[in-house]
Design a protein around this ligand. Structure first.
Ligand SMILES: Cc1ncc(COP(=O)(O)O)c(C=O)c1O
Length: 380
């Protein structure tokens, strides 16, 4: 099956009871047994639930993997990956990454004696210089949040394979519509399914997909043992969201281009970060690795003024000022005071998250309305 068919049918079969085309929402915690152990494959919903399983099959299908796992949030999915490690192990991570991931790594797992190295992975050499015998995982987020840097997944995977290190890729921004990390050599692909996979800003959820059975078994064990699963209602909603992923992504990309082009030509805008612009430093990797360039972009205003940037986002009317991204509606955020506030100012500025940086999740509204909104907000 091709991708646009997989989003709708991948891993799905009509319900056995009545042939319902969408899986029923099995809103149950437990399942009747005829004798101890005499059940139909389901014992307890932390371990397995038919609606969640239908979604997990869809995750596996759209990412070209063999095994999918759904969690109560993206961070719960990341938490499960780090629990593959033991005290003393080391991780090399993208330095420009979602603030919550950075917080989980540094504030939760460092206490358990797992060491994290944060490096700019646009330059592959930075990775190899951090590898030692304790390195067990490379954590890649690409495009990065919020600077939209692009990391060459295939090149990182070659390094990971050479040193026998696991490679995990956060594919939240790109989605499998734009890039498939497992095909490029990653071992684990991770999603905040809260974003584009769900697509409608109505669910918080995480996903993992792998190809390897041993790795899947370890992760299923952690999923059940730690218990950070999502419920059947949310599973249903994300499964429904995925059915239109390809159509939504196509429009996000079209609108992303129009908005990026508008911002680039606006006299009050200093810099636009969107991987589809030829001026983007990683444009050629983006063009090779991704099918298109997505709907996420960031920009700075001239003068780099914190208060001015806040005023711009406050004046927006079609864009909603909100955390999160990837829904059908356009959202705007001010990373320095919102998503990345948990990263120290000195640290965030090193990666470009300056005071005037504004991040946009360009939705699928009419692009003319989005551009008019940005124009009035910039010009006050
Ligand atoms: C790139 C990325 N990864 C992970 C997460 C965490 O996901 P969740 O909010 O579903 O826990 C987010 C959330 O914004 C994100 O943007």
């Amino acid at each position: 099956m091709k991708f646009n068919t997989k989003t709708i049918h991948g891993g799905q079969s009509p319900d056995k009871a009545f042939g319902s085309v969408m899986p029923p929402i099995y809103q149950t915690s437990t399942y009747a047994q005829t004798t101890p152990g005499g059940h139909k494959g389901y014992e307890y919903s932390r371990t397995h639930n038919p609606t969640r399983n239908a979604l997990e099959n869809s995750f596996a299908s759209i990412e070209n993997g063999n095994y999918g796992l759904a969690f109560g949030s993206g961070l719960a999915a990341i938490d499960a990956v780090i629990k593959l490690l033991s005290p003393g192990d080391e991780v090399i991570s993208t330095n420009d990454l979602y603030g919550g991931t950075y917080r989980l790594f540094t504030k939760v797992f460092e206490k358990f004696n797992i060491k994290f190295h944060f490096v700019g992975m646009e330059n592959i050499k930075h990775i190899e210089s951090c590898i030692n015998s304790k390195t067990k995982l490379i954590w890649v987020e690409t495009p990065t949040n919020p600077m939209l840097n692009i990391i060459d997944i295939k090149a990182v995977s070659n390094i990971a394979k050479k040193h026998n290190i696991l490679l995990s890729v956060d594919n939240t921004f790109a989605t499998p519509y734009l890039q498939k990390p497992l095909d490029l050599g990653a071992d684990i692909v991770m999603h905040s399914a809260t974003k584009y996979l769900g697509g409608h800003s109505d669910v918080v959820m995480g996903a993992l997909v792998v190809k390897d059975k041993d790795l899947a078994d370890q992760l299923y064990f952690i999923q059940n043992a730690s218990g950070a699963v999502c419920g059947p209602q949310d599973s249903f909603l994300v499964l429904r969201g995925i059915k239109t992923l390809h159509v939504r992504m196509q429009r996000h990309c079209e609108n992303g281009l129009l908005v990026a082009t508008f911002l680039e030509s606006h006299p009050m805008v200093e810099k636009v970060y969107w991987p589809g612009l030829k001026t983007h430093p990683n444009y050629s990797i983006a063009a090779t690795q991704m099918k298109d360039f997505g709907g996420m972009l960031s920009f700075t205003t001239k003068g780099n003024n914190f208060i001015e940037a806040i005023k711009v986002v406050e004046r927006l009317k079609v864009f909603t000022l909100a955390e999160s991204l990837g829904g059908v509606e356009s959202l705007a955020g001010h990373p320095a005071s919102m998503t990345h506030a948990s990263i120290p100012k000195q640290e965030r500025e090193k990666t470009g998250v300056v005071d005037s940086l504004i991040r946009l999740s360009v939705g699928i509204e009419d692009a003319d309305d989005l551009i008019a909104d940005l124009k009035q907000a910039l010009e006050g």
